[in-house]
Design a protein around this ligand. Sequence first.
Ligand code: PLP
Length: 425
Amino acid sequence: MDTRERYAKFILPVVAQGVEPVVVASARGRTVTDEDGKSYLDCFSGISVVNAGHNHPKILAAAREQMEKLVHCCSYVYHVPVVGQLAEKLSGVVPGGPWKSFFANSGAEAIEGALRLAKQATGRREIVALGFGFHGRTIGTLSITGNQVRKKGNGPYLPGVAFGPAPYCYRCPLGLKYPECDVACAHALKDVIRQQTAGDVAAFIAEPVLGEGGIVTPPAEYFDVAARIFHEDGALFIVDEVQTGFGRTGKMFGIDHAPNAKPDIYAMAKGIAAGFPLGAFMAREPVSEAMKPGDHLSTFGGNPISCAAALANLAVLEEEGLVENSARRGGELLTRLKRLEQTAPKVGEVRGRGLMIGVELVRERQTKEPAPQDAKAVRAAMRERGILVGVGGAYGNVVRLQPPLSITAEECDRAASTLEDILSP
Ligand code: PLP
C-alpha cells in the first residue's frame, strides 16, 4: 500500500479527500521534493508557516540541541530556560511592551486562550468578530468565525457573538466604494455594538488580513477606526496574527500597518516556529494578570523544542532581513500580478500585503460570480508546472501565494510568469 492509499484507508475523509496528490518526501528552503524526486517551488509554505524556509539549518540545529537536553517536563509545572528566553524575546519584538506570553500548541488554542483572558480581564462576556473572519476549528473559535462553509454541521455555536461587516472592498457588504466610503464598514462596528450586543463586549477580534477569507485586505486605516470604537466602549482588541505574523505581510506583524490600532492581546502561531507546533497569546499588565493561577494551562504548551525553534526562527528572520524581503518581493509581485486584472478575464481582483497575495477568480468580471473550480484548476496547473500554491476564500475562488519570505526575485518571476501563462486567454 502506498501513502495515498494509506491516507484513503486510514485518515478521516474530512481531510483525506482534499489532500493534494503530492507525496512529500523532503523540503529545504523554498523547494519541496516529492517521493518521485520531482521538485516544486513552494509558494504556500505549509499554509503560511515556514516563513524562514523549510528545514532552515540554524533552526534545525537549535531544535536538535534542545531535543538532546529536554523534550518535555511540562513548562507550566517546572521552569524551562528556553521558554523564559522566548517570552523575553517576544516581549521585545511585539511593539508597545513589555508583554507576557502564554504558549500553546496551535492557532486555535492561542485564540481560545485570548478569548478567555479578554473575558476575565473585562468581566464582560460578549465578542465581536468579522464576517468572513476565520479563527480556528474548535467550537469556541468556530463560534467567532464568520463563514458558514467552515461552521456547517456543528451548530448551534456559543451565544454572545456578533459579527461586523467584512472589510472586503471587492465585494463590499455595504455596497460602497473605497476610498469614498470613508471605511464605513469600520464605523458600522458602532452599530454592531448598539444593535447586536447587550453592551457587554469583552473584545473585538480580527485578522489584519483575512487569510482564509481570501486574503481580504482591509484599508490600512480600518483598524485605527475599529480599535478606537471598541476601546471607547471599554472592550479589548484581540489581534489574530496567526497567519499574518512574523513578516508575512512585509512588517513583523500585520497590525503594524495600522500603528494606532494598539491591540491589547496578540494571538499567534503558524510562522512563529517555522513548522514546529507552537501558538501563543500575549498581553500587557493589567490584562495579563486577569487569569489567576490554575485558571489556564496546557500540557504540551511551551514545548521546549518548539520554543528553541521559535527563538532561532526569530534570529533568522532578523539576520537574513526576511521581513524586508517580504515587503520588497511582495510589493513587486503584487504590482506585477495586478496587471492580470486587465489582461486575464477571469481575474476579478489581485490583493494582499507583503508575501500574502490572493488572486480572486470570477466567471466574468461584470457579475463577479465566484469561480472556485477555476481556482482549483489553476492550483493543479501550477502544480503540474512545479509550483505549489494554495486555494481559499469565502467562496473558495482565491488562489493564494504565500511563499517562504526568503523567495528571490527570479523565483517570484517564475511564479508570476507561470500564473500569467495559465490565466491568459
Ligand atoms: N487564526 C487564523 C487567522 C488562521 O489562519 C488559522 C488557521 O488557518 C487559525 C487561527 C487556526 O490555527 P490552527 O490551524 O493552528 O489551529
